[in-house]
Design a protein around this ligand. Structure first.
Ligand code: AHM
Ligand code: MG
Length: 336
């Protein structure tokens, strides 16, 4: 028997049989998630072609946050819009790459938010990148779509996930009842269930942060990392390992796969900005996944999932992963 025959549930079959608090997954949500997965399968194929089909390099444009867009950022955004626009269950979508939300002609009340291609700086160097998505429900289905419809806390998410384009293309998904993972069978184009009940160990010896920003961090983050670096001879009494891929999607995938913590905290380079990463497209969906896997996620003062967004492209400080480490970071923040 080949090892691959152990895995025989595809994404559609999973959605049909999945239960959240005893109830099945609404058909409209299934339709939307299948469309997202199908688009990511296409995107995975494009990403793998890279230079062969002229996809590397800058698009020569900037996004709403003034960041340079890569060709693949733009292509991924367009593919996702095309891929979900026909969903009857969708009322609108919002993307990290677009200033305003896009109403969709569906009759349903789901809202989709996404970072179409996270880890843009890694596209041209053949390092893992990915798509991050979050699904909310419009509170007033009858009213015409407004930006304010999207400004709900992470607790309102009905689904969230990512697809990481690495050596394998793997999707992590939560529907609010644990986390599951699927790997894309590149021959059939189907995502196949590979892991149930993903769990993040409460303690860890691995952290991820862009160390080049050390001199800019706030005191509690500096203290935390200093103590990790001190290893067995310091406060923590154990040695730590560090990893930084610079694609949140790949760093969080590692945290979900083998524990650890990921931090992109506030820093004083841009003191008026709370952080680099975006609440709606990155922090919220990743925090939903991490909490559902038994981990925690904070901005230092508050759980990310409890934050009430004030604008669509809001940035946030984010620290997530193994619970004991996040509690320690929160404690350090409470002492200043
Ligand atoms: P992006 O969405 O434009 O790719 O930016 C977000 C990325 C994250 O994936 C990653 O954690 C971070 O930016 C890396 O930042 P840095 O270049 O400072 O290491
Ligand atoms: Mg991103």
């Amino acid at each position: 028997m080949s090892a691959s025959s152990t895995f025989n549930t595809n994404f559609k079959q999973y959605l049909i049989s999945a239960k959240v608090k005893g109830a099945g997954i609404p058909a409209g949500l299934q339709e939307l998630l299948l469309a997202v997965a199908h688009t990511c399968s296409t995107l995975s194929h494009e990403v793998a072609q890279g230079a062969l089909i002229g996809l590397l390099g800058s698009a020569g444009t900037g996004n709403v946050q003034g960041e340079v867009q890569q060709k693949l950022d733009v292509i991924a955004n367009d593919l996702l819009i095309d891929g979900v626009q026909g969903c009857k269950s969708l009322a609108g979508l919002a993307s990290e790459e677009m200033e305003l939300p896009l109403p969709v002609q569906g009759t349903g009340d789901y809202l989709l938010l996404f970072d179409p291609l996270d880890g843009s700086s890694n596209i041209d160097v053949n390092v893992s990148i990915g798509t991050i998505f979050s699904v909310l429900k419009k509170q007033d289905p009858a009213a015409s779509l407004q930006t304010s419809d999207f400004l709900l806390s992470g607790r309102h998410q009905v689904a969230a996930g990512y697809v990481v384009y690495g050596p394998q293309t793997t999707m992590a998904l939560t529907l609010g009842d644990g986390v599951v993972m699927f790997t894309l069978n590149k021959v059939t184009g189907e995502f196949i269930l590979i892991k149930h009940a993903v769990e993040i160990a409460h303690s860890t010896e691995e952290f991820a942060i862009n160390m080049s920003n050390m001199r800019h961090w706030a005191e509690p983050v500096r203290r935390y990392v200093d103590e990790c670096l001190a290893g067995v001879s310091g406060e923590r009494d154990k040695d730590f390992n560090m990893r930084w891929i610079a694609s949140m999607v790949a760093d969080v995938h590692r945290v979900l796969s083998r524990g650890g913590i990921f931090m992109y905290p506030w820093d004083q380079r841009e003191p008026h900005k709370p952080g680099k990463l975006r609440l709606m497209y990155e922090a919220n969906p990743m925090s939903f996944l991490v909490e559902q896997a038994g981990g925690a996620s904070t901005n230092g003062d508050q759980l990310i999932m409890d934050m009430i967004p004030t604008e669509l492209h809001e940035r946030v400080s984010v620290m997530l992963g193994s619970k004991e480490e996040i509690e320690r970071l929160q404690h350090y923040h409470s002492q200043v």
